[in-house]
Design a protein around this ligand. Structure first.
Ligand code: NAP
Ligand code: ZN
Ligand code: ZN
Length: 368
């Protein structure tokens, strides 16, 4: 994000000192969200200030508002799939201009000096600052996310949204999109004709299908929800759809898959999925369960199987993914909701009742 660019634009002074910014927050681990006014820092020399238009609801928001990961601080304004319009830029910002469509994902700061940062993998930086539920190392204040009318972010963590894509349906690319893109690229899940197994068809999962189809792969969905089959096949383009409780179909699919992406957000046994892998097959875990997952060594050594994990993606690869989506017209399938529906959306997310990402219409519904 530090490349030279010659974008010039006037800086408009949209920030009012002491301005109270309308947001929705969880006040405790009941996870119930309610209106809260917060402040944002004035736009510093390196900052981009944006009017938030839309924010996706990631299952990680649900984990954190309920303190599932035992590291939550309250009050917490969740949201790390943030898209909006630039309203003000700092004096040293050259690559963004007022009025531009931009996005902010899961991170807002890192050290830029460690090995991970040097590799463009800021998400693995020991000093990474998350978009919310984190402490900003610059000023010691808690970070707050995108269920909020305004966001201020260091320019190095601001992404350029493809101008040809609708902003609302692009918001989930900032987490769901990059979280599947990064391991697909790193583990080589991009080869035409290879067979991808996708476990758990929610926000992350539906983007894995979209990317796999764009790469020319065959996709089989492994799901607990029969009601998702029709759309998975007809709209998302999945080649096959198997309900994981159907032992017969699971048995017939043994040794047929090259790669598996697993997005289940709770503890489960990996063995039935490892049985699906061909020799040398790879499985990547993305869901964040608090309890250990179960795995038998036999499932690994008989087949030289590999199991790994992956955390979101770096800023440069996020921009690469966004540009790819712009070039291939790839967006997310969303259910757009007013912010007043957010608690109901969280209840539905808990029950896997999501097709396939809730996106909050911040601009039109976050009002006094
Ligand atoms: P989501 O939209 O809720 O989708 C998860 C899907 O998993 C559900 O739709 C459901 O699909 C399946 N599922 C849910 N509970 C299940 C259960 N108990 N047993 C079997 N299947 C179940 O969630 P998401 O936003 O895609 O996130 C998925 C997980 O990834 C979460 O844990 C989230 O925190 C994590 N995450 C990780 C990263 C990372 O960097 N690694 C980034 C973002 C999110 P079916 O209806 O098809 O069964
Ligand atoms: Zn997320
Ligand atoms: Zn670093």
């Amino acid at each position: 994000m530090q490349e030279t660019c010659n974008m010039t634009s006037p800086t408009t002074v949209s920030h009012v000192a002491g301005e109270e910014i309308l947001s929705w927050a969880a006040k405790d681990e009941s996870g119930h969200l309610a209106p809260l006014k917060i402040s944002r820092r004035p736009t510093g020399p390196q900052d981009v200030r944006l009017k938030v238009m839309y924010c996706g609801i990631c299952h990680s928001d649900l984990h954190q508002i309920t303190n599932d990961w035992k590291n939550s601080s309250f009050p917490m304004v969740p949201g790390h799939e943030i898209v909006g319009v630039v309203t003000e830029i700092g004096l040293d910002v050259e690559c963004f201009k007022v009025g531009q469509h931009v996005g902010v994902g899961c991170m807002v700061r890192s050290c830029h000096a460690c090995d991970s940062c040097q590799l463009g993998l800021e998400q693995y930086c020991p000093k990474v600052v998350w978009t919310y539920n984190s402490t900003d190392t610059a000023d010691g204040t808690p970070t707050q996310g995108g269920y909020s009318a305004v966001m201020v972010c260091n320019q190095r963590f601001v992404l350029r949204m493809p101008p040809n894509l609708p902003l609302d349906a692009s918001a989930p690319l900032l987490c769901a999109g990059i979280t599947v893109w990064s391991p697909m690229k790193y583990f080589g899940m991009v080869e035409q004709g290879k067979h991808l197994g996708l476990v758990g068809l929610g926000g992350l999962g539906h983007m894995a299908i979209k990317f796999a189809k764009a790469f020319g792969m065959k996709v089989t969905v492994f799901s607990s929800s029969p009601g998702k089959e029709k759309e998975a096949r007809e709209i998302l383009g999945a080649d096959n759809f198997i309900i994981t409780k159907d032992n017969e179909k699971m048995k017939n699919a043994a040794k047929s898959i090259d790669y598996i992406i697993d997005t289940i957000p709770s503890a489960h046994c990996l063995d039935p999925y490892l049985a699906l892998l061909k020799t040398n097959g790879k499985m990547v875990l993305l869901g964040v369960s608090t309890e250990p997952v179960q795995i038998s060594v036999y499932s690994l050594i008989f087949g030289r199987h590999f199991v790994g994990g992956s955390l979101i993606g770096g800023i440069a690869e996020t921009q690469e993914m966004l540009d790819f989506c712009g070039a291939h017209n790839i967006t997310c399938m969303i259910e757009k909701i007013p912010i007043t529906y957010t608690n109901s959306a969280m209840d539905r997310l808990m029950k896997s009742d999501v097709k396939y990402r809730f996106v909050i219409d911040i601009e039109n519904s976050l009002k006094e």
